[in-house]
Write a protein that binds this ligand. Structure first.
Ligand SMILES: Cc1cc2nc3c(=O)[nH]c(=O)nc-3n(C[C@H](O)[C@H](O)[C@H](O)COP(=O)(O)OP(=O)(O)OC[C@H]3O[C@@H](n4cnc5c(N)ncnc54)[C@H](O)[C@@H]3O)c2cc1C
Length: 363
């Protein structure tokens, strides 16, 4: 890398700012300009419900291939990225900027402060008052605006900004909502939570949300709507046994042993009957809950499937079409499940792009 290398980072979200921090740390020869059209790191603030679920400590962070299975798109591409920059490097880096982290019983990694605004503050503080870093409030609309830079890092996320990638000759794979709720034909009492082996279902006014919907919307991101989604509800054998033991109770009473009462009351028309009079077909019908999924609930969209094609990017996050251009974060055709996987791919791709620019990792 030549002395005084001028790097433009487009997008001041988690990946863009992490890239800037890594560049700053790794080289004294870079001048960094971050272009952000809004508030830097505003997209970090709602993460983890304000707690910032910044990664996932799967198998003590040893097995990046197992970790990469949590990306419906990008799994194989991430092998080479995670093999060079993964959980321990990320946690060390956060520690270095004053953000201690912990992993909870469910292995999700959070800052000890449990505060995404604290994380954002620490990240931005590190960039503040650095003569080599400028953060400019501007929406970059044209690659001509970037002509004076030696390297350009595109970190524009998944909502907009693809026109820059396409202007550099890149292909954007079809975009689709992922990690979102669903609008369903069937409506159940909003606010009720049903636990399933595939994660909790949170019923909403429009349909369903919560971990079950997130997982399925991620896996089925490109499935044409409408489609049917089934979830095991009440094991017929267990229900029959409960009825045999207390047949004089109302059916609603028995059902409430298996599902929340407010859900039980809308599951069967025969709730007030004595359970012993319930027909076998009714018991069989309750074996599963079937949803007619009409569309994604775009209001709750967390990430987007699709993005800049990984075929056109090398393992150093550098464009194969234009060697001055790098990509990181959600602008890429990479998306993960809920649980810190999306931010980990942001940190890792951003760091590898920065390390590659500084020459700290070889081509
Ligand atoms: C509600 C919510 C909760 C989430 N919680 C978690 C979580 O707990 N854990 C997890 O792993 N993931 C979570 N995610 C996903 C995670 O937030 C994203 O994966 C991450 O923000 C992507 O970072 P990014 O920097 O690549 O893109 P973004 O966060 O989208 O940032 C891109 C930035 O670029 C700017 N920009 C775009 N185009 C231009 C342009 N042309 N010129 C200048 N600036 C531009 C945008 O204004 C934006 O600030 C959550 C997402 C949401 C919506």
């Amino acid at each position: 890398m030549q002395a005084g290398c001028r790097v433009a980072i487009i997008g001041g979200g988690p990946s863009g700012i992490y890239c800037a921090l890594t560049l700053l740390e790794m080289s004294k020869n870079v001048d960094i300009t971050v272009f952000e059209r809004g508030m830097p790191l505003s997209t970090l603030l709602p993460t983890g419900g304000g707690r910032c679920n910044l990664s996932h400590n799967l198998n003590n962070g040893d097995d990046f291939k197992e970790f990469a299975k949590n990306y419906p798109r990008g799994e194989k591409f991430l092998y080479s990225i995670f093999s060079r920059y993964f959980l321990s490097e990320t946690r060390d880096f956060f520690k270095f900027i004053g953000v201690d982290t912990y992993s909870g019983t469910d292995n999700r990694v959070f800052p000890v402060s449990n505060s995404s605004s604290f994380v954002a503050k620490r990240m931005l503080e590190k960039l503040k008052n650095q003569s080599r870093v400028k953060i400019i409030k501007k929406e970059v609309k044209n690659v001509k605006d970037l002509a004076g830079f030696d390297k350009v890092v595109i970190a524009t996320g998944s909502k907009t900004g693809y026109e820059l990638a396409t202007a550099y000759g890149h292909t954007v794979t079809p975009l689709a909502a992922a990690l979102c709720g669903y609008i369903t034909k069937q409506k159940y009492p909003p606010g009720v939570v049903l636990s399933t082996t595939d994660g909790d279902i949170l019923f909403t006014h429009q349909g369903i949300s919560g971990p079950f919907a997130y997982k399925h919307s991620s896996i089925n991101a490109y499935k044409p709507y409408p489609f049917k989604l089934e979830v095991p509800l009440i094991d017929p054998e267990a229900l029959s046994t409960a009825i045999a033991a207390s047949g004089k109770k109302t059916f609603l009473n028995i059902l409430s042993q298996f599902v929340p009462k407010s859900l039980a009351s809308v599951l069967s028309e025969h709730g007030e009957r004595q359970a012993c009079h319930i027909k076998k077909e009714e018991i069989k019908r309750l074996e599963k809950l079937v949803f007619d999924v009409l569309s994604p609930d775009s209001k709750g969209e967390t990430v987007r499937a699709g993005g800049v094609s990984l075929k056109e990017i090398n393992s150093n996050m550098q464009s194969k079409i234009n060697e001055h251009v790098y990509f990181c974060g959600e602008v890429l055709d990479i998306d993960g499940f809920c649980g810190g996987f999306n931010l980990q791919s942001c940190w890792s791709t951003a760091a590898v792009a920065a390390l590659s620019i500084t020459g700290a990792i070889s081509k």
